[in-house]
Unconditional design. Structure first.
Length: 148
């Protein structure tokens, strides 16, 4: 029996994986995550834990297919009163690969054991529709249910 797909929603502006920061502690260089990346990952883990528990899902142990949809806040300068605008592809920063990295790192140990289990990854960046809240949507499917 295969695990059903799991859908996770993380409210708030998506955050890309930041460049590692380096500090010297006791004469040794130590690399660490920037605060914004750390905070977003902690929030993402908490939402994922809660939603996995509510769905009665367990941690995926085999290969998984992941689809990530990042919705960013629409700038007020692009609002239109007479003809409201819908979602549009986002072609500005942050880079899609950095968004994917932060999602994969955040959900390691919560949704899957290790992000090396991800055999297929789809990521989309969107500028949200007018008055659409920013969020990150994630769908995870086990290999057996992903066959087409």
């Amino acid at each position: 029996m295969t695990a059903p797909p799991v859908t996770i929603g993380i409210p708030g502006e998506p955050v890309a994986q930041g460049r590692p920061r380096v500090a010297v502690v006791a004469g040794r260089a130590r690399a660490y995550d920037p605060k914004t990346s750390r905070d977003w990952k902690a929030t993402a883990q908490q939402h994922a834990r809660d939603q996995m528990q509510r769905a009665g899902a367990t941690v995926f142990v085999g290969p998984v297919r992941v689809a990530v949809s990042c919705v960013f806040t629409r700038p007020k300068t692009t609002y239109r009163k007479r003809s409201p605008r819908g979602r549009e592809p986002k072609t500005t920063k942050p880079d899609a690969d950095n968004l994917a990295k932060s999602v994969l790192d955040a959900l390691t140990g919560v949704v899957w054991l290790d992000d090396k289990q991800v055999y297929e990854l789809h990521i989309a960046k969107w500028v949200g529709a007018q008055d659409e809240a920013p969020m990150t949507g994630i769908e995870v499917r086990a290999y057996e249910t992903a066959r087409e």
